[in-house]
Design a protein around this ligand. Structure first.
Ligand SMILES: Nc1ncnc2c1ncn2[C@@H]1O[C@H](COP(=O)(O)OP(=O)(O)OP(=O)(O)O)[C@@H](O)[C@H]1O
Ligand SMILES: [Mg+2]
Length: 178
């Protein structure tokens, strides 16, 4: 069998706040192969964003193992985790996290530029990707000039542009009408 693109083994995560312990993930396990599509359902506060943050290496599990393409995240250095996320993952945040001082096209181009692509080529590809999400002609707009759904589509374009093996999307259609 092929190495899963993502594997979680008995992952635990709790938050501590004002002396109280709040368990969020209690022994979560799952395995995903390349090409698989998994939808995670749960009430508000159930821990969906927490789980995605732990998978993306943005937050650290207390216990258990997260493997991305067979690599255990806790065995990597911060730099290696950042590099793995930048090259292999696309992240659509629940709150978009667009960079306000960059245009829509610059936001989408960012993963390519960070990967060493020239600004010109990255911007061309970003504008093509924006057209694919129905935003042709809006590349020069700042994020605060876009509607919620438009910002969400910019965030989706940014998550896909470098063809990641793993796309983590946190409620990516909450503001969309299709
Ligand atoms: N940094 C933190 N410190 C303390 N508690 C936190 C922290 N982050 C999240 N929590 C708590 O962990 C629980 C899970 O939060 P999480 O954001 O993962 O939920 P969710 O399933 O994504 O909810 P929603 O559907 O509302 O987005 C919540 O009760 C939340 O209050
Ligand atoms: Mg959430």
């Amino acid at each position: 069998m092929k190495t899963p693109v993502l594997e979680l083994q008995e992952v635990h995560k709790h938050y501590r706040e004002a002396g109280e312990t709040r368990p969020v993930l209690r022994g979560t396990s799952l395995s995903m192969q390349v090409g698989e599509f998994v939808a995670l359902l749960g009430r508000s506060g159930a821990g969906k964003s927490t789980l995605l943050n732990v998978i993306g290496g943005l937050d650290v599990a207390d216990q258990g193992t997260v493997l991305v393409e067979g690599k255990a995240l806790h065995t990597l250095t911060d730099d290696q985790r950042t590099d793995l996320r930048a090259r292999r993952m696309g992240f659509v945040f629940q709150s978009f996290n667009l960079i306000p001082t960059l245009t829509a096209a610059e936001n989408v181009a960012l993963p390519l530029v960070l990967g060493g692509e020239t600004l010109q080529e990255a911007t061309n590809q970003a504008n093509e990707m924006l057209a694919r999400v129905g935003l042709s002609g809006r590349g020069t707009s700042a994020p605060d000039r876009l509607s919620g759904g438009e910002q969400q589509r910019v965030a989706i374009a940014r998550a896909l542009i470098h063809r990641p093996v793993l796309v983590l999307a946190d409620e990516p259609t909450g503001n969309l009408d299709y």
